[in-house]
Design a binder for this molecule. Structure first.
Ligand SMILES: [Zn+2]
Ligand SMILES: [Zn+2]
Length: 516
């Protein structure tokens, strides 16, 4: 059984409405680990909905958390905002409502493409509208107990004047620098490092925030969370999940939600991804470079606790090939081999929206990568595909949209991540070349053959081999010559396929020019 169904089974045993939670502190580019959290939860959510269980999928943006430091991707001017809630800080580009929105908005938008539309909660709004008021009062009434739980489980010593509430200083706006002096419901008197002395009324929204270890369990109770996965860093002995379980039971009288611990996604050649280090790859970018069904497949085919490595280089091409092969097996066009457990289910869960009734039109992704470098835009590519018979004239609209979407992802990958070896550009004019006698002979034979050649990849490929064999020419030199006259470089995509997508006349003219 697929792991998502196993988790859903466990939840469905309790007959009630389920709330599946995910979340992030949007303090920087959203890291790819959060993508795993969201997709893991989505798979369980879908499994529940399919079996008729009532469930909600929520995403909590902890935008009332404070800016911890000036991250490498921020300008020095952010120094003065350290300690302030990230929803109170201006956005780095000037186009968003706040710093938090800058990182969150685009991510949430892009989730739609992979078929995820959670109900979004913003902690800043939850605090400001007073949703947390009861939880704050309960926490403050139980200060000693909470302190004991945290100290005992996390083996951390908390300061004498510690209370489970971070006051937001009314003067400097920071939630990290005010020290409580006296709590007498409903007021907390405080002094701040900035020199301010004041008092806040905890019944008023937005006067402060529960510390993370208390905020998390408080939120479980408040939102009725029954399932929430977390990264393995939070699940360690003495970690936030551990103290949270005890706090939610003993203080808030609510059972801890079920969970799955997920492993980090490693980036090939870079190690584990952490947003605080100024990641080299964000969730959003991962989504832009990977077709949505393939991104889902990458995460859902693996158990959440399995280490996975995302390769933004050539690995993407193999990943898409693997997905396409699974698709062919799903639709019975190819035989299933051993070790392909849960393949059908993984394929179904990988679909952003509906499961296709018949197999989508497949075009090898590597071909698409070649074609988008020959054509400027989708219309060009489509014309080539039609001319060469790679797609039928009556290709259904949904299939065209599917190919077009894949082409867009391939282009983003090409422009931003692809290694140079797959990149090329067809030179408008014949490059200035110093061709050897040997190369010129090869080209003139090729030129003579082309007019009668069936213009398809295999025929062209065979013709190149035949000439080089007959003329005792190294095949490497033959290929190199072709790339040189068309691309001005000595390597390129597979020659037969490549040439077949170019206009025959254009190729003939180029050869004529080159041997002049
Ligand atoms: Zn912005
Ligand atoms: Zn202050």
């Amino acid at each position: 059984m697929h792991w998502a169904d196993v988790l859903a089974d466990e939840l469905a045993r309790e007959e009630k409405k389920h709330v599946l939670a995910t979340g992030i502190t949007p303090s920087g580019p959203i890291h790819i680990g959060n993508m795993r959290e969201v997709l893991t939860t989505d798979a369980v959510y879908r499994s529940l909905i399919e079996r008729g269980v009532k469930a909600d999928f929520i995403y909590i943006a902890d935008d009332y958390d404070h800016l911890r430091k000036v991250y490498p991707y921020l300008s020095k001017s952010y120094e003065r905002y350290v300690g302030m809630p990230i929803s109170d800080i201006p956005c780095p580009c000037g186009k968003h409502k706040s710093y938090a929105d800058h990182y969150l908005g685009a991510f949430l938008n892009s989730l739609k493409e992979i078929g995820i539309i959670p109900k979004v909660y913003r902690a800043s709004e939850m605090y400001k509208t007073g949703m947390y008021s009861d939880a704050i009062q309960t926490a403050l009434e139980n200060t000693d107990k909470i302190k004991e739980i945290i100290e005992k489980i996390s083996k951390r010593k908390l300061s004498k004047d510690w209370i489970p509430f971070n006051i937001r200083c009314e003067r400097c706006g920071r939630i990290t620098s005010a020290k409580p002096v006296l709590y007498e419901y409903p007021n907390i008197e405080y002094t701040c490092e900035c020199g301010y002395e004041g008092a806040v009324d905890i019944r008023v929204g937005g006067v402060g925030k529960l510390p993370w270890r208390v905020d998390w369990p408080a939120r479980w109770k408040m939102l009725g969370v029954t399932f929430e996965p977390f990264g393995k860093d939070l699940g360690t002995v003495g970690g936030a999940r551990h103290t949270g379980e005890k706090i939610v039971q003993d203080i808030y009288g609510y059972p801890p939600p079920k969970y799955a611990v997920y492993e980090f996604i490693m980036l090939k050649g870079a190690g584990a991804m952490h947003s605080s280090k100024g990641t080299s790859l964000s969730s959003e970018e991962m989504l832009k470079m990977t077709p949505p069904e393939v991104l889902r497949f990458f995460i859902l085919k693996n158990q959440p606790n399995k280490h996975i490595v995302f390769d933004p280089g050539m690995g993407i091409l193999s990943l898409v090939d693997e997905y396409d092969q699974n698709e062919r097996i799903y639709f019975g066009k190819e035989k299933e081999s051993r070790g392909m457990k849960d393949l059908r289910r993984t394929y179904e869960l990988s679909q952003p929206y509906n499961i296709p009734k018949k197999m989508p039109y497949q075009l090898p992704y590597r071909h698409l990568v070649t074609l988008i470098q020959i054509g400027k835009n989708w219309d060009d590519v489509k014309q080539i595909l039609l001319r060469t018979g790679q797609i039928p004239k009556n290709l259904e609209e949904e299939n065209e949209l599917y190919l077009k979407q894949r082409a867009e992802h391939a282009r983003y990958w090409l422009n931003n991540f692809a290694p140079d070896m797959v990149k090329f550009e067809i030179k408008k004019n014949t490059p200035y070349l110093n061709l050897t006698e040997e190369q010129k002979i090869f080209l003139s034979y090729l030129k003579n053959i082309i007019p009668d050649l069936k213009w398809n990849a295999d025929e062209i490929h065979n013709a190149i081999y035949e000439i080089s064999e007959n003329k005792n020419l190294q095949i490497k030199t033959a290929f190199k010559t072709i790339y040189e006259i068309l691309l001005g470089q000595d390597n390129g995509p597979r020659a037969g396929y490549f040439l077949s997508n170019l206009d025959k006349k254009f190729v003939l003219n180029r050869i004529t020019e080159a041997i002049k």
